[in-house]
Design a protein. Structure first.
Ligand code: PBG
Length: 467
């Protein structure tokens, strides 16, 4: 595909500055890519934190509109609602699922009344209502029975649509339920209510915290592998999606997310239908635990996983990180500081490989540096941190913009350092003294006999300094 080769083609040119990287980004994350799941509880004025989902709570109806309004303000287009049904209302026949005054229906009314501009998606499955925690009805042997369950699920979809739900999302994995729900909605005058089918939903170990959130942990008899998919299967996912689309699904979902990026890719490639990923509760918990353990930067982990869904072809992502991600984006989108930083790094100077400016050396000093490093200094151009007049100018500009110049300079500096190192490696490649591979490692064919240079160009900051 490429028409040129190194050195005419240098992939790193496309990564050389923040604006360049932003301009060449193939995928972007936008608040409208995100759907925020929210949990409901009875009572008033309640916020119940969920222990296994740190940072996520259940909210009582009187506080749910406030949360939805906040999501709408952040640009999130849609929320997904899940009820924690009071334990005494959970029965073998899941009757509460059909109560048009149940928790979920009241929440739908509340949100649609208070924040009409946000979409409301509701789950169709019986697990928040059954005493046994399964998504359908069970027979006397404990098997989940398909067709009776489907009849109930269609009723459940209808009462949610009547309460004002915009998107019905069957998550139960019974056969034939999309067709039954579509037929029900059409015949009852809800032709505008969309269906997002949990089409490829796997029997996953990543749902644990969710089951805590909706209060079904400890209730579930057996597991859900007689209706949710085997994680070993991919071709089967395409058959499931094909069926759901044929039955009238407007959008499909793959769930969980990160462990099933290949499925998202295949589904999107094959059908081209709007395809959503559900980054489920266990994935959220895993990221939070990693960040809390100091194993990674939280924001970076969130962003990297979310952009992975976009790269895999997802139209959007249901994620418990939606709020913080959408909020972060707004911060990141504040343009001035970013642009200023990029400009601050635009200065060019002659530097030695540790980033020290050669321009400010005395001629003797420069000569000595050149000799001891064994390269011609005029080949070495790095973008170096603002200093002296340039720093003062930057500070003045920052003050004009009403920002803290010290902060701006600190940011410019912290960004500059790795760039200096990166550029030195690149420029040395040109000088032909030490070719480096894309990771900055010396290539063995050139310079292998110069172990000192290898150390100089190692990109680990601790060994990056000169002797
Ligand atoms: C209910 C349902 C589940 C999830 C969404 N809807 C749990 C399950 O199937 O057991 C999981 C979501 C998550 O883990 O975040 N059928």
């Amino acid at each position: 595909m490429e028409t040129a080769s190194y050195p005419a083609l240098r992939m790193r040119r496309g990564r050389s500055s923040p604006w360049m990287r932003a301009m060449l980004a193939e995928h972007r994350l936008h608040p409208t890519d995100l759907i925020l799941p929210m949990f409901l509880c009875e009572g008033s004025g309640c916020e119940e934190p969920i222990a296994t989902l740190r940072g996520v709570s259940r909210w009582s109806i009187d506080r749910i509109a406030e949360r939805a309004r906040e999501a709408a303000r952040l640009g999130i287009p849609c929320v997904a609602l899940f009820p924690n049904t009071p334990q005494q209302l959970r029965t073998d026949d899941a009757a509460e699922a059909l109560n048009s005054d149940n928790l979920i229906c009241r929440a739908i009314c509340e949100i649609k009344g208070a924040v009409p501009e946000i979409g409301v998606l509701t789950d169709v499955a019986l697990d928040p209502y059954t005493a046994h925690g399964h998504d359908g009805l069970i027979d006397e042997r404990g098997c989940v029975i398909n067709d009776e369950s489907v009849a109930l699920l269609a009723e459940q979809a209808l009462i949610q649509a009547e309460a004002g739900a915009d998107i019905i999302a069957p998550s139960d994995m019974m056969d034939g339920r999309v067709a039954a729900i579509r037929l029900m909605l059409e015949s009852e005058g809800h032709c505008d209510v969309a269906i997002m089918a949990y089409a490829a939903k796997y029997a996953s170990a990543f749902y644990g915290p969710f089951r805590d959130a909706v209060g079904s942990t400890g209730r579930l008899r057996g597991d859900k592998s007689s209706y949710q998919m085997n994680p070993a299967n991919a071709g089967e996912a395409l058959r499931e999606v094909a069926l759901d689309i044929a039955e009238g699904a407007d959008m499909v979902m793959v769930k969980p997310g990160l462990a099933y990026l290949d499925i998202i890719w295949r589904v999107k490639e094959h059908f081209g239908a709007p395809t959503f990923a559900y980054q489920v509760s266990g994935e959220y918990a895993m990221i939070e635990a990693a960040a809390a353990a100091g194993a990674g930067d939280r924001d970076a982990l969130i962003l990297e996983t979310l952009i992975a869904f976009k790269r895999a072809g997802a139209t959007g992502v249901l994620t418990y990180h939606a709020r913080c991600r959408a909020a972060d984006r707004r911060l990141a989108a504040e343009p001035r500081l970013e642009r200023l930083d990029a400009r601050g790094l635009g200065a060019s100077a002659r530097c030695d490989p540790s980033g020290r400016s050669l321009d400010r050396c005395t001629p003797r000093g420069r000569e000595a540096a050149t000799r001891s490093h064994g390269f011609r200094d005029d080949r070495i151009h790095v973008r170096h941190r603002p200093s002296g007049r340039r720093a003062r100018r930057l500070g003045a500009r920052q003050r004009l913009l009403g920002r803290d110049p010290a902060l701006a300079l600190a940011r410019a500096r912290s960004r500059c350092q790795p760039l200096c190192r990166g550029r030195c490696v690149a420029e040395r490649g040109v000088a032909g003294l030490c070719l480096v591979d894309q990771l900055g490692k010396p290539r063995p064919d050139r310079g292998a006999d110069r172990p000192d240079e290898h150390r100089i160009f190692h990109r680990n900051p601790r060994v990056d300094r000169l002797g």
